[in-house]
Design a protein around this ligand. Structure first.
Ligand code: AMP
Ligand code: GLY
Length: 424
């Protein structure tokens, strides 16, 4: 089969890497890709949201399947575009339809879906400018801290957590008046949930599902989860607190009603559901849905999948996922991100990277890199994701840190404490 992966980060490099071990793979394309994906397939300079150009490319190159990395093409309806196109409907798009993608594209849609299907989540109210007074009253009924979420996509920046009620009311007003553009025309106010978070990934054909190894990511730039939010500074998988009893609850109270809800509401969904969960005293609750894999979680989770991923994706498209076993590795995987100094604020690009070839027993996934005169240079904030296996989480982390020490570029930075809150 010929496969096109959309995206350009570490997640997409990990998809390309896993896909390369499929016995069904013939040609692999990545649009637009990075310097790492160029080693595994052909990078194609097309934007993941230029559906018309993607269609022409797919038809010219006999592409059989598109695997969508990021959420934006999904929220813009790439699945529907291909499904409804007479010439291109044979191409399998791995991802949900536009309506399914609303689970990530609209917090209000996601909360309503959860309340229709009795899925445990924080209490909430959705507010528009017209009922801001109701929003203020709802804030007064809650205990601090206060959680305000822009309804639409806001590049990971649309969630505010505030300790002071007056500040919360002021920012509710700001959000409703364009603080995040149209994304915050509606604001979801939520009860604050206290607990430890984890990411659960589910692959579904819309009827049956497979639960992938659980991961935890580290979003803050600074040690001990301090400082600004980033796209993610590292991840580990599996997560020890997500034990059998916890996962039983996750499956029965969250995964089953989510997949059944999708089926019952006739939502066309052939892809990943990413459950951002929080463990509140042993009870899992949904913080958010995403409709794609996480980054950097994918760089830790895919190395633990032993089943042929392309075979799984084909069964998703043909709605026969229930006939396929999911084989996983019983080791741990740990991913540490190397980023450009200054990130998530301003940083410089174009720094030559050395030492990647010295790495022996870790996998180096490229994120923000590109080839310049045949050498690899930095091209983004998050630059490389270094993943290792281990019999324990600590051993996996140790291997990643040992190998990250061999790689260098000017002004690089990484957190030295990934997994700190899971140590036993
Ligand atoms: P989201 O974009 O919905 O994932 O929110 C970003 C982050 O805000 C989450 O990863 C949580 O750490 C935090 N968060 C969101 N909603 C809540 C909540 N109801 N209670 C506590 N923390 C939350
Ligand atoms: N690592 C979290 C995300 O991909 O949204």
């Amino acid at each position: 089969m010929n496969v096109l992966i959309l995206g350009s980060g570490g997640r997409e490099h990990a998809f390309a890497w896993r896909m390369r071990s499929s016995k069904f793979l013939n040609n692999l394309f990545i649009a637009p890709g990075n310097a790492g994906t160029a080693l595994l397939g052909v990078n194609v300079p097309i934007s993941p949201t230029d559906f018309q150009a993607l269609k022409l490319f797919c038809l010219e190159n006999d592409v059989d399947m598109i695997v969508v990395g990021p959420e934006i093409p999904l929220v813009k309806g790439i699945y529907d575009f291909f499904r409804d196109d007479e010439d291109a409907c044979h191409i399998a798009v791995i991802g949900p339809s536009q309506r399914g993608a609303q689970l990530e594209g609209s917090k209000d849609f996601a909360k309503e879906f959860m309340s229709r299907h009795n899925i445990p989540t924080a209490q909430y109210k959705t507010i528009k400018l017209g009922n801001i007074e109701e929003g203020n009253r709802f804030l007064e009924s809650l205990q601090p801290p206060y959680v305000l979420k822009a309804d639409g996509l806001a590049a990971g920046k649309g969630v505010l957590i505030l300790n002071d009620i007056n500040e919360a009311k002021r920012l509710l007003w700001e959000m409703l008046n364009g603080m995040f553009g149209e994304s915050s025309n509606k604001v979801v106010i939520e009860e604050f949930l206290q607990g430890i978070e984890c990411s659960v990934f589910v692959l579904t054909d819309g009827k049956s599902y497979k639960i992938l190894p659980v991961a935890k990511d580290y979003k803050r730039i600074g040690e001990s989860d301090t400082g600004l939010n980033t796209g993610g500074m590292g991840a580990v998988s599996p997560v020890l607190f997500a034990d059998e009893a916890f996962m039983q609850k996750v499956e029965q109270e969250i995964v089953v009603p989510t997949v059944k809800g999708i089926e019952k509401e006739n939502i066309d969904y052939k892809g990943f559901i990413f459950l951002g969960l929080i463990n509140v005293g042993g009870e899992p609750k949904v913080i958010e849905y995403n409709v794609r894999m996480g980054d950097p979680e994918t760089e830790a989770v895919l190395p633990l999948i032993k089943s042929d991923i392309l075979d799984l994706f084909v069964s998703v498209f043909t709605e026969t996922l229930d006939t396929k076993p999911l084989e996983t590795d019983n080791r741990f995987a740990a991913t540490v991100m190397m980023v450009s100094g200054g990130y998530p604020g301003d940083y410089e690009k174009g720094k030559p990277i050395s030492g990647i070839n010295e790495v022996k027993d870790s996998i180096v996934f490229h994120a923000g890199t590109k080839l310049e005169n045949n050498s690899v240079v930095t091209a983004g904030g998050r630059v490389l994701a270094v993943t290792s296996y281990g019999k324990t989480m600590d051993e996996a982390l140790e291997n990643s840190y040992k190998n990250i020490g061999k790689i260098s570029f000017e002004n690089s930075y990484y957190r030295t404490d990934i997994g700190f809150d899971l140590k036993q």
